[in-house]
Design a protein around this ligand. Structure first.
Ligand code: B1M
Length: 213
């Protein structure tokens, strides 16, 4: 790995976000392709964060900082990656379901999916089933991810899956769900394709869905 990519990777691990935009411009000025910066600078850093988070050696505030550091670089790279038509592993549509305003965990999933090279569309919180349906039609994601933190809003995930079925788009996507009260057996019960207990596991699942691991 070149020195600048190695610095970017360790900046992500350490959450040093101040220099990331400038470093990204510098790497591009040195002739590195956006794709190369993503694959060999940013992703190794975020992968390391994912491993440490799963192992319990890094905690939510640190992971959020790392994800924001990565995002500072992605702001520069995204238009270039879109132009080249390559780069993205797949598309993930995310949202917190109807009635639920919690978004810290969902944002973490969003940032880590971006860190893993997915193009992410985040619908935000309190999203009606119809909002997911409309976004699936427009954004054409590979993966739809739903988050719920309340026992009272978990069922909205089931309603959303039903709405996707009724709209005829259920089979065009893989569905993953997560959030503190959600379990694998609940995912099985409502017909989701998978459950992830944390953001790193969500990234692994999304990668499995698109055949990236
Ligand atoms: Co609320 N809240 N809250 N709250 N809140 C909980 C969830 C609660 C457990 C607190 C408690 O009573 N002990 C409780 C739920 C009880 C239940 O249903 N069994 C609760 C309640 C009751 C409420 C209100 C009803 C309170 C009230 O007004 N009376 C109200 C509801 C509002 C609404 O949504 N309609 C409410 C409001 C709020 C705030 C707005 C004040 C705030 C949310 C701010 C925000 O999100 N922007 C808030 C908060 C912060 C919490 C706690 C304290 C923290 C949640 C959090 O962000 N955790 C929470 C108690 C707790 O969990 N200790 C609580 C950190 C976050 C990183 O973890 O979201 O679990 P988490 O995400 C993890 C995984 O779950 C997973 O990955 C993440 C990272 O590893 N994950 C996914 C999450 N989504 C995923 C999606 C995936 C895959 C993995 O795939 C798509």
């Amino acid at each position: 790995m070149s020195e600048i990519l190695s610095t970017m990777s360790s900046n992500i691990i350490q959450g040093k976000m101040a220099d990331m935009g400038a470093l990204t411009h510098k790497a591009l000025a040195e002739g590195l392709e956006a794709q190369e910066i993503l694959n060999n600078g940013l992703m190794p850093g975020m992968n390391h964060v994912g491993v440490e988070f799963k192992a319990g050696n890094m905690f939510v505030p640190e992971v959020l900082r790392s994800a924001r550091t990565m995002q500072a670089s992605m702001e520069v790279l995204k238009p270039l990656l879109a132009e080249s038509g390559g780069g993205m592993v797949g598309k993930v549509l995310l949202g917190t379901v109807k009635g639920d305003l919690h978004d810290i965990g969902k944002n973490l999933v969003s940032m880590m999916c971006e860190g893993a090279g997915f193009e992410v569309k985040d619908l935000g919180t309190n999203k009606e089933p119809d909002a997911f349906v409309a976004a699936v039609k427009e954004f054409e994601p590979n993966v739809v991810g739903m988050s719920a933190l309340l026992t009272t809003t978990m069922r909205a995930m089931e309603h959303t899956i039903k709405a996707l079925e009724e709209a005829g788009v259920r089979d065009t996507v893989k569905i993953m769900i997560g959030g503190a009260p959600v379990t694998q057996s609940f995912a099985d019960d409502i017909g989701a394709d998978g459950y992830a207990s944390n953001a790193a596991a969500a990234v692994d699942l999304a990668k499995q869905f698109v055949g990236a691991i």
